[in-house]
Design a binder for this molecule. Sequence first.
Ligand code: 3PG
Length: 392
Amino acid sequence: KKTVKDVDVKGKRVFCRVDFNVPMKDGQVTDETRIRAALPTIQYLVDQGAKVLLASHLGRPKGQAVEELRLTPVAKRLSELLGKDVKKTDEAYGESVKSEIDSMNEGDVLLLENVRFYPGEEKNDPELAKAFAELADVYVNDAFGAAHRAHASTEGIAKHLPAVSGFLMEKELDVLGKALSNPERPFTAIIGGAKVKDKIGVIDNLLEQVDNLIIGGGLAYTFVKAQGHEVGKSLLEEDKIELAKGFMEKAKAKGVNFYMPVDAIVADDFSADANTKVVAIEEIPADWEALDIGPKTAETYRDVIQKSKLVIWNGPMGVFEIDKFAQGTKAVAQALADANDTYSVIGGGDSAAAVEKFNLAEKMSHISTGGGASLEFMEGKQLPGVVALNDK
Ligand code: 3PG
């Protein structure tokens, strides 16, 4: 795939799709990771003398303008980070935007309004894709986080312009691609999170590649049940028990070491002031629910992590948002941080948030900016936003 380095952008209008879908509170950006991650590409375009049009979605406004989902606070933060004025338009295409672009100088940066204010964006309406394309000479996709969406600004537009990837996109594909195609071994995947339902594809695909598969989080209890133990009031997907059994059999057949919790922290209530205790996994009381992995489990997981050369982590081990149930997730994050010879890849979303919360982000080898996108990549799926990039 071509990257932004393979095209001449000097004096050109470049439509650069970024993922500025960042958390906000009271009109302020509360986590600017994704903005910072896009800076290398933006700075490069500026330095090359391009006229940089940035486009992003924010939230899920469902095809209409929603005041709180305007990108104005993002433009402000980006401007501070770039040390350069960033103008923002109130629309994402059309005559008003065109005349704004006409007055741009080389090296100027313009942020277009939230592309999801238009119903055509998520429908990948060819008319909207064309309207976006009319604004520019070159298309750069640096929005790895949105690459699993076939939308007008991530997929449709690429049909009309020379379309290349940005540096963030390139790096994400490189790291995740290498991990899956030519992994250093032992290769371990840690899969957590609430639901088996959301992780079926990724577990299935990773069982083809890994040496060790570690299971944690709410989804683990469907596996515990599949082993024949009672799980009390823990999360349980009755209709996925057979599937869980199938995964354990597949692991055996493939020679993958399958690690499950051997103990758990159980609570009598899903709350910060619940009573809690540590129990062996086959002894979860009927009226209690498991909300974190136990200390013995955490120790075993730490060992496996430390002996691995490559670890991919997606999904927390427990309800880490509540301190009482954060120990397991913290132990995994700490083990990754301490393992100097281990290349650690953190899938976006909750695992990235957990690593941030424990102040261990800078100790990880790679933290993906994509939640859904990194998951779909690890499922072995093609990402439409990547497939659409061409060599025109
Ligand atoms: C994300 O936050 O994972 C991406 O920005 C995609 O957002 P979406 O799930 O609303 O498409």
